[in-house]
Design a binder for this molecule. Structure first.
Ligand code: URA
Ligand code: CA
Length: 434
């Protein structure tokens, strides 16, 4: 029987289940342009109200994954791994993890996105390095990943076109926050990327998509099931994102921060360092490189001994970037015109630094986009001096605002101040890992 889009929408509107074949047909017609977007939008809204069963979510994920180019990696080289972090603030994990896993004997060829809304994008960060190219042909990308062990490219337009269409529609029809739609969107891209071992970091908290641990756990379970049913080894790690992960928020500032971690120039309790080590160690363990305590110590020594830094240098140079960024990041990376310091007005302990407020402020300083075509200023951002739980004295600098005046200084200062909450008694700070 021929596929009838109206009936397809009606089935979901009435809370009934689609057969996998119908979902495949829906995706095929959507990508070929034979199904209008308004019908897809109506279906998405029906999914918001009535959800998708696992069999439907799996069919949707696989149909989206195969709607465009699917990467296949040779199986005789080092294992190919991938990671994904659900959007965070001050989250520079990929810049550290990619060279770290390469140093540990894995390959990571990552397709990354640009920032949208209050969360940053890896591609925007890397492009603050003069000359760095993120637009690579498949051939160039493969060559770099196979030679260096890691490479980061922008989203390949010919991959998962179905997700591209649905994601843009969801963005403008208030249909983003549905578990099955989020899981299928993320997993379709991971399946198309071709890695056998995939670690998903799901962030929880005010700065993340998932506001509470229960919904994050439920999303995790679903993504693991989708991956396993598609023949991939998938694990997840839940981490807290109520404060920005790293000290730096903003493109060039985050690159500087990542280089610091790669130079092993940060303390062991540095959250960015901890999370990068944990992700790399778990991936290595998933690849059969040893028990988690062994791979953790291997990850630490690859950072401490400079092996990860050396892979980063090779990747920057292979992708056309100025290698001097590693030895002299302050000189090579762009600088903002003005730095405003925000001092604490009281004595006590820092309770929170609101990731959402910081993320939105950096976006409005010019570090991110409100709509797709906005041009970003990679030099602006916020450098946080104090982490939640730390003692602060009146007059101590809580953070620096790096600005070029896209919003007034008084507005920037007032918004930055509102992100920090100082209390008199030492607060309980939840651990990074949940
Ligand atoms: N990230 C994605 O790629 N897709 C979603 O739906 C949500 C987050
Ligand atoms: Ca019919």
């Amino acid at each position: 029987m021929a596929f009838d889009p109206i009936e397809f929408i009606e089935t979901k509107k009435d809370g009934m289940k689609h057969r996998p074949k119908e979902i495949q047909e829906f995706i095929r017609l959507l990508v070929s342009g034979d199904l209008p977007e308004y019908q897809a939008a109506a279906w998405l809204m029906a999914v918001i109200f009535n959800g998708l069963a696992f069999s439907e979510t799996l069919a949707l994920t696989q149909a989206m994954a195969t709607s465009g180019k699917v990467y296949k990696w040779d199986t005789d080289g080092p294992p190919v791994v991938d990671k994904h972090s659900t959007g965070g603030v001050g989250d520079t994990v990929t810049l550290v993890v990619a060279p770290l896993v390469a140093a540990m004997g894995m390959r990571m060829g990552k397709h990354s996105g640009r920032g949208l809304g209050h969360t940053g994008g890896t591609i925007d960060k890397l492009e603050s390095i003069p000359g760095f190219r993120t637009s690579l042909t498949e051939k160039e990308f493969r060559k770099i990943v196979n030679r260096v062990g890691c490479g980061v490219a922008g989203q390949d337009k010919s991959m998962t076109p179905a997700d591209g269409i649905l994601y843009s529609l969801r963005d403008v029809t208030s249909t983003v926050d549905q578990e099955a739609l989020i899981a299928s969107s993320i997993m379709s891209k991971k399946l198309a990327g071709g890695a056998m071992h995939i670690l998903l970091e799901v962030k929880v908290g005010s700065g993340a998509f998932m506001k509470d641990p229960e919904s994050a756990r439920s999303l995790s379970k679903l993504m693991i099931r989708l991956g396993m049913a598609s023949g991939r080894n998938v694990r997840t790690v839940l981490s807290s994102m109520s404060s920005p992960l790293g000290r730096a928020v903003g493109n060039a500032l985050e690159v500087r921060e990542a280089i610091k971690v790669l130079k092993n120039d940060t303390p062991d309790d540095d959250p960015l360092k901890r999370i990068a080590i944990e992700i790399a160690a778990r991936l290595a363990s998933m690849c059969g490189f040893g028990k988690i305590h062994q791979t953790r110590s291997r990850a630490r020594s690859c950072l401490a001994g400079g092996a990860a830094l050396s892979r980063f240098r090779d990747m920057v140079s292979a992708q056309g970037g100025d290698e001097a960024v590693i030895d002299q990041p302050e000189k090579i990376l762009p600088h903002a015109g003005k730095i405003l310091e925000i001092p604490s007005t009281s004595n006590g302990f820092l309770k929170t630094c609101n990731a959402l407020i910081i993320g939105e402020l950096v976006r409005d300083l010019g570090g991110g986009r409100k709509s797709k075509n906005d041009v970003i200023d990679s030099s602006v951002g916020i450098l946080i001096h104090s982490r939640p739980g730390m003692k602060v004295g009146s007059g101590d600098v809580l953070c620096e605002i790096h600005t070029n005046g896209r919003i007034s200084n008084s507005e920037a200062v007032q918004r930055a101040e509102s992100a920090f909450k100082v209390v008199s008694r030492k607060p309980e700070i939840p651990d990074l890992f949940i």
